[in-house]
Design a protein around this ligand. Structure first.
Ligand code: ATP
Ligand code: MG
Length: 695
């Protein structure tokens, strides 16, 4: 007897009226501004699904989010809704959305497509932040800007930060310096000279840094109205999540892309804007409607579907203390008697123990590790917890740290892939040549100079160079590998396998102590590589959106295994878990850095707390260590500082939390009784008698 398939659910069926209005809006530009957990991301997904159902071509939908992970998640949600709506049988794929990504990723793709028109080499490489900083350092030295003044000149990292801020905020350098780097005001002219030289160096090497991906994209749209019209017209719909964290340049790109706003939808929450330090501009969201004529349609969502009422009450109260914000009323029908918990613990170690205990307790109660997350202000704040988790064999994955990609051995291999793609990438070449025994900086530079003069086979220069005999055979082998990689004959990911084979003996030589552990990372890199179609795709993806997950002592969890989530507050954006633990809720940690916080920075820290609290669905704990180790104070001698509970939860809000409540006291008493008992008493064993009777 045929089984009737369930009636297909339309993507808008489960939405509330306001959400449905947003998803069903057609025509001109649309802004959805709403608080945390109100379904902004879900509404975007439903909107995409319903557009496709109406006949929109998925190839012509551009979905932009703040990380590749978030963009893929959004596309996946849309795909699932579509799947249901089409009544597709399980196991079949809904149409995929090839243009879901970050601004930077999409920029890179479009620039590569149009490279020929705008004077860029098609094989341009992308500098990650570390490489960009190194190049800035090199140019700083070559231009001699620092020597020409008797005053302290900013170091390469600060120079890059100033440059990046100027590019992304589109603000005049003088004004930026006055506001953010007042001690650099007198260096304005020298910095301009430096930045010009930095731009020239990048162009000579055919490299683009992160900021260039936006800058060139924007310039391309400005410089050629025809190209702007053409690229804008290839997308019928452009949808942007987390719009509050876009910067001026990104807003300008969208405007140039869709001048009349047709098909443009942006969603966001001004109370969750947390990237001002990267020039995010909360005004983008406030100014969006008036950018168009007639003004963009604006919708708000007021019902929260994520959290229980007590969690929402506490989060709302925290953000209500912010002096400036668009007031929003958020409500939920999820009642609960469990208030968020404020937990006082003695110190970092006690905090780690408490969290590990609680995680296991909730797990015993049926909550998988994956639905629990520990969030913190700075990546290093989780160190003690990571050790505790490893000790107890609780697997975890950490987001927001870049450890994996920052590791020297991973950088070495990526440099090799980049250099094979683009032999003019001097930084990559320099890194690799100086890895080889017998090649110092001077010889590496000479070789790179010689290579530049010998196209089309730059590595031929290596064959002809005068070299010590010890270095010659290593270099010859290396040049052969580079040529083979460049030819593309080995295919992907075979190329990486060959590269790793070449590299392993060097890894052993360079990292005597821990080469075996590092080699595991190389395995991981090869596993990652298998998921990409080509070397170029792989290198671009890793440079733009490094795998944030680093698993350490506890070993890389398998995909179907259960593991706890550790994340910085910044990387937790847009996500949700049943249970959330916020570490180090003390002044000095949040807000971070008491000394330099301007009023604006302080408000951003408050929003960060709001973002953290609103990630929780059912259980929320804020941990307050009474003693708090401040490393920055090292020059004053190591010391413990009692920062006190974060100022963002003043006494007036305490009633919204369970502080040192009965549940907590009972658990503490239990733990104390357990500890007081000492190791369980064992019956005595007379070993001597045993041994005697054994024979
Ligand atoms: P954030 O501001 O944190 O990014 P958001 O506004 O994007 O949050 P979503 O992540 O889309 O919110 O939704 C929060 C939760 O509420 C999700 O679990 C989502 O599935 C659920 N949700 C949203 N709308 C509805 C609805 N109409 N019915 C049932 N669940 C919903
Ligand atoms: Mg969201």
């Amino acid at each position: 007897m045929p089984v009737a398939s369930p009636p297909a659910a339309a993507p808008l069926d489960s939405l509330n009226d306001a959400q449905r209005a947003a998803a069903a809006h057609r025509g001109g530009p649309l802004l959805v501004v709403a608080g945390a957990g109100s379904g902004k991301t879900l509404t975007l997904a439903a909107r995409v699904a319903s557009l496709v159902l109406e006949g929109a071509d998925p190839q012509r939908i551009l979905l932009l989010s703040f990380s590749r992970r978030a963009a893929h998640e959004l596309a996946r949600r849309a795909g699932r809704l579509l799947h249901q709506a089409l009544g597709l049988p399980a196991g079949t794929q809904a149409p995929s959305l090839p243009w879901a990504g970050t601004f930077h990723g999409v920029g890179a793709r479009l620039l590569r497509e149009h490279a020929g028109h705008i004077g860029l080499a098609e094989n341009f490489s992308i500098l990650d932040r570390g490489d960009a900083e190194d190049l800035m350092g090199l140019v700083r030295q070559q231009t001699g800007v620092a020597e020409q003044t008797s005053q302290r000149f900013p170091l390469k990292g600060s120079c890059l930060a100033i440059y990046s801020r100027a590019v992304n905020s589109q603000a005049p350098l003088a004004a930026l310096l006055r506001e953010l780097w007042p001690w650099c005001v007198e260096h304005e002219a020298a910095l301009k000279r430096l930045f010009n030289a930095y731009v020239a160096a990048k162009q000579d090497q055919q490299t683009l840094d992160y900021d260039d991906l936006l800058l060139y994209w924007h310039e391309m749209l400005q410089a050629s109205p025809a190209l702007a019209a053409q690229t804008g017209a290839r997308f019928d719909h452009v949808l942007v999540d987390e719009y509050q964290d876009t910067n001026r340049l990104q807003a300008a790109i969208l405007q140039a892309f869709k001048p009349d706003g047709a098909g443009l939808t942006v969603v966001g929450d001004d109370a969750q804007s947390i990237y001002a330090f990267r020039a995010a501009e909360v005004r983008n969201i406030l100014d969006f409607p008036a950018q168009f004529s007639p003004a963009a349609h604006t919708l708000t969502l007021e019902r929260n579907y994520r959290s229980t009422q007590p969690i929402l009450d506490a989060s709302n109260a925290v953000i209500a203390l912010a002096p400036e914000r668009i007031a929003k009323r958020l409500w939920t029908d999820q009642a609960s008697s469990e208030k968020p918990l404020l937990v006082a613990v003695a110190d970092d170690a006690a905090q780690a123990r408490w969290v590990a205990d609680e995680v296991l307790r909730l797990r015993e109660g049926g909550l998988r590790l994956k639905s629990q997350a520990v969030l913190f202000r700075t990546s290093s704040h989780s160190a003690a917890l990571e050790l505790e988790l490893a000790r107890r064999r609780i697997p975890f994955v950490k987001f927001g740290g870049l450890k994996f990609l920052e590791a020297a051995h991973i950088k070495d291999l990526l440099a090799l892939l980049r250099w094979a793609d683009n032999p003019r990438h001097r930084l990559a070449g320099f890194r690799l040549l100086t890895l080889l025994p017998g090649i110092g900086p001077q010889r590496a530079r000479a070789l790179l100079d010689a290579m530049e003069k010998s196209p089309p086979d730059p590595w031929a220069a290596i064959d002809h160079a005068a070299l010590p005999s010890a270095a010659r055979s290593d270099l010859a082998r290396f040049a052969t590998l580079c040529r083979a990689l460049r030819s593309g004959a080995m295919g992907w990911p075979g190329e990486l396998t060959q590269a790793v084979q070449w590299y392993l003996p060097h890894l052993q030589r360079l990292h005597e102590q821990d080469h075996a552990v590092r080699a595991l990372d190389l395995d991981q890199l090869q596993r990652l590589a298998a998921g990409f179609a080509s070397r170029e795709r792989f290198v671009t993806a890793l440079t733009l959106d490094p795998p944030e997950a680093t698993s350490d002592e506890s070993g890389p969890p398998l995909m179907d295994e259960d593991y706890l989530i550790l994340s910085t507050l910044h990387s937790a954006k847009g996500q949700e878990w049943q249970a959330v633990y916020l570490l180090n809720m003390v002044d000095g940690c949040l807000p971070a850095d008491l000394a330099t916080g301007s009023a604006g920075q302080l408000e951003e820290e408050r929003r960060l707390l709001y973002v953290g609290m609103t990630r929780a669905k059912r259980h929320l704990q804020l941990i307050v260590p009474q003693r708090f180790y401040v490393t920055q104070q090292r020059q004053l001698g190591d010391r413990h500082v009692y920062g006190g509970r974060t100022r963002f939860i003043p006494d007036a809000l305490l009633a919204l939390f369970e502080a040192d409540g009965p549940a907590q006291r009972a658990r503490a008493a239990e733990a104390q009784a357990e500890a007081a008992k000492g190791p369980p008493s064992l019956p005595p064993v007379d070993l001597r008698a045993r041994l005697r009777s054994a024979w």
